[in-house]
Design a protein around this ligand. Structure first.
Ligand code: BGP
Length: 461
């Protein structure tokens, strides 16, 4: 059976400035937390490959734009580096302006619509030294940065995003140690999440007040939550996890306010963040025009052991426990479950509970190690596993669209293999292989397969 995608479906790929640009301290760019962290603890990074060794888009963007067009992509998402555009948070770096303007224009010239995100885990170091998102002043700094980006690039860029996966810098930086500042404190984490959403809202407000052309959204990693069973305790854990992992960001972004149950949960546990008058109005002004949804894997949970939990809670595991589903299919390289049906469940949730807001899949993909094992004699990685992965997710997407989901695109993570934070180049995700020695981009089998899907705008099952 062959099924069509909607007309003008967005086909593309995504990356971020800190994972792709390189030119670490060139042309006026200052340090982000990643640059400084690598200098402090290089051993935390896979093979000690740090943020200086990314995939060189700073010099290769024009060629990349051409390759995208040759593959029939019609859109591409990347981010701006805050500390490249505003090295000290105040002064516009003209070289950065030239670079980004030319980058976005080159994409457009190739028929590839840029979707531009403002924050992808890369906090400027000067702001981290003042407390990063923990400090209230971060909101104003972010709004200033957002406004600068709209002013400098708003004539070219029509599709804006404020944050990529804002829950990740909270979880990894304040409830774990995979992001700087490696703090483990629930209350601080809640404060960081709160300031992040206020900063998001402040950027949306600036955008709308100045009546910029185009639209503005946010990218959320919406992992659907599944309970171990229908038992009341497991369902309670599911509800808790959904509040903390999904609704805490999705509700303010789409509905302009936090859910009452979340506020009660935080209050009961002495976790409410410090707030100021006017915050609710600001959040209400932060409602987005559209959403990006990153989907890699679902969350599976089960009831907590009520005798063992802390009250007040010390971590999210006091509200739900991870559940290891014995039947799960795994991407063993990344350690993530593969569950394409999750994309369908998210789509239906957005349709039924979130005003059927327009959204697209802004990241989906499969990171695989040592892909050179799968190279044919011409050096083309035969990534049939990736083709199968994409096909299965597209199939679920189409099923949801048939049932009225408002999904308008699919972006793979990523176009050219890029640097993956602490994992550096351990797992590769791209349609194109990145040769670490030469910087060359080499197409993988999936790029040819996808190019044809896009051209036909349909999927065979
Ligand atoms: C997403 C991030 C990306 C990217 C991707 C793959 O959560 O938005 O920046 O890194 O995950 O994950 P990883 O690089 O950790 O394998």
């Amino acid at each position: 059976m062959t099924r069509k995608f909607p007309e003008n479906f967005l086909w593309g790929a995504a990356t971020s400035a800190p994972q792709s640009e390189g030119a670490q301290y060139e042309d006026g760019k200052t340090a982000s937390t990643w640059d400084v962290w690598f200098e402090k603890e290089p051993e935390r990074f896979y093979n000690e490959v740090g943020p200086k060794d990314t995939s060189l888009t700073y010099e290769k963007y024009a060629k990349d734009a051409k390759l995208m067009s040759e593959m029939n992509l019609n859109s591409f998402r990347t981010s701006i580096s805050w500390n490249r555009l505003l090295p000290d948070g105040k002064t516009v770096n003209e070289k950065a302006v030239l670079y980004y303007r030319d980058y976005f224009l080159k994409l457009k010239e190739q028929g590839v619509e840029p979707i531009v995100n403002l924050f992808h885990f890369d906090m400027p170091w000067w702001l981290m030294e003042k407390g990063g998102w923990e400090s209230r002043e971060s909101i104003e700094h972010f709004a200033y940065y957002a406004n600068t980006a709209f002013e400098q690039f708003g004539d070219i860029v029509q599709h804006w995003m404020t944050f990529n996966e804002p829950i990740v810098h909270v979880q990894c930086g304040y409830l774990g140690n995979d992001h700087w500042p490696q703090v483990n404190n629930f209350k601080q984490a809640v404060q960081v999440a709160y300031h992040t959403m206020l900063a998001h809202a402040a950027a949306v407000k600036v955008f709308k007040e100045k009546q910029r052309k185009g639209r503005i959204g946010i990218i959320l990693n919406l992992s659907p939550v599944y309970a171990r069973s229908d038992k009341e305790e497991d369902q309670e854990a599911r509800g808790n996890s959904e509040l903390l992992h999904i609704k805490s960001f999705l509700d303010p972004a789409v509905l302009g306010k936090y859910p009452e149950e979340l506020v009660t949960m935080l209050k009961d546990n002495d976790l409410l963040p410090a707030a100021e008058s006017g915050d609710s109005e600001l959040l209400a002004a932060g409602k987005v025009d559209y959403l990006g949804v990153n989907y890699y894997q679902p969350l599976r949970v089960q009831a907590v052991n009520k005798e063992k939990v802390h009250h007040p809670a010390k971590s999210p595991s006091d509200f739900s426990r991870a559940y290891d589903w014995p039947e799960k299919r795994m991407n063993l390289y990344r350690g993530w479950e593969i569950y394409p049906e999750g994309i369908y469940d998210i789509a239906i949730m957005l349709k039924d509970e979130y005003e059927n807001i327009p959204w697209y899949i802004s990241e989906n993909g499969m990171g695989v190690s040592d892909e050179e094992r799968f190279m044919d004699e011409e050096g083309i990685v035969q990534d049939d596993y990736r083709i199968e992965f994409i096909r299965d997710h597209l199939d679920q997407t189409l099923k949801a669209i048939d049932e009225g989901a408002n999904c308008f695109g699919y972006h793979l993570w990523t176009f050219v293999d890029c640097w993956s934070w602490l994992n550096a180049y351990k797992n590769r995700y791209g349609y194109y292989r990145y040769d670490l020695e030469t910087g060359k981009r080499i197409p993988k089998k999936s790029s040819f397969w996808m190019s044809e899907i896009i051209q036909r705008n349909e999927l065979d099952r």
